[in-house]
Design a protein around this ligand. Sequence first.
Ligand code: AMP
Ligand code: TRP
Length: 331
Amino acid sequence: MRVFSAIQPSGALHVGNYLGAIKQWVDRQSSESLYCVADLHALTLQVEPADLRRNVDDLLIGLLAAGLDPEVCTLFVQSQVSYHAQLGWLLECVATHGELTRMTQFKEKAGRHQGYRVGLLTYPVLMAADILLYQTDEVPVGDDQRQHLELARTIAERFNNRFGSVFTVPVGTRPPTAARVMDLQEPTRKMSKSIDSPLGTLYVLDSPDAIARKVKKAVTDTDGDVRFDWETKPGLANLLELFAGFSDERPEEIAARYSRYGDLKRDLADLIIARLSPIAERYRALQGDPHVIDDVVRDGARKANLIAQDTYARASAAMGLRLSSPATLTA
Ligand code: AMP
Ligand code: TRP
């Protein structure tokens, strides 16, 4: 069972990233799983080169601290495997303009950024290339990636029907709870790396004090009844989902144990601090040794390239391109 997923180096990791994606990656890592720092994707929103460079290293350290073990899985940086961009082009000639302009995330982000670049529109095709290069069976992601994943499946199926069976058609998997963690201050909007919400975003590296303060100040409601109900009590439902994500229980079970918001918030803050502080500790230890990531990414790029090279050769030949062997290229 081949598992692939990726994350953009676009800012500090928050608990939505952790519960929605990274925790599943860690729990399910094996020799058949590949995890990727999607630096090419991060270029879609005009980032300062020095910031991007730092974000990539910080994210790699964060993923190791969260428990990814490069002795077990493959951890690599997207731009170090040139086949992502190459297959992305081939698939741009398979996907339609209409499919891309329909993407919810594109419409949202394009609305927020004047003069957005074309990459913002074509990004789901690059994401499809990421996934399809590795003949992926399963893609563990948060809820916000569902539409992009559906498009990757459509592109794979269209390619296979037109050019012959080259790609495995992947399925997306979501965690049972906390697949869409909402902003603590605005529980109708998802927690996001790219929106500035100092009290609404819980970062994986937040201090215990900051975690306790943000959970205490999280917006709830005034009826005082502890029930799990997204429709009428989104703030509380979000806290219960967070609780469930960190404790592997069901949100309804947790709600049944409490009669006061204050008690629930106090226990939730303690639980989050207990789960995140070992990650923060490992992060600080790894930060002291920059060479750890050099070895990891070199090894990861080598392993990822071997698989990607084979799929790319098959896809390009199927489309009618002339194959050049690596020997011809370097001669
Ligand atoms: P991104 O930060 O957009 O690169 O997302 C990396 C991973 O985290 C993807 O699998 C997302 O689906 C997941 N993710 C991002 N934000 C959230 C959120 N608020 N709740 C749950 N999962 C999320
Ligand atoms: N687009 C994803 C996000 O913003 C990150 C990503 C890039 C990804 N390529 C991927 C996720 C391939 C899963 C599979 O969260």
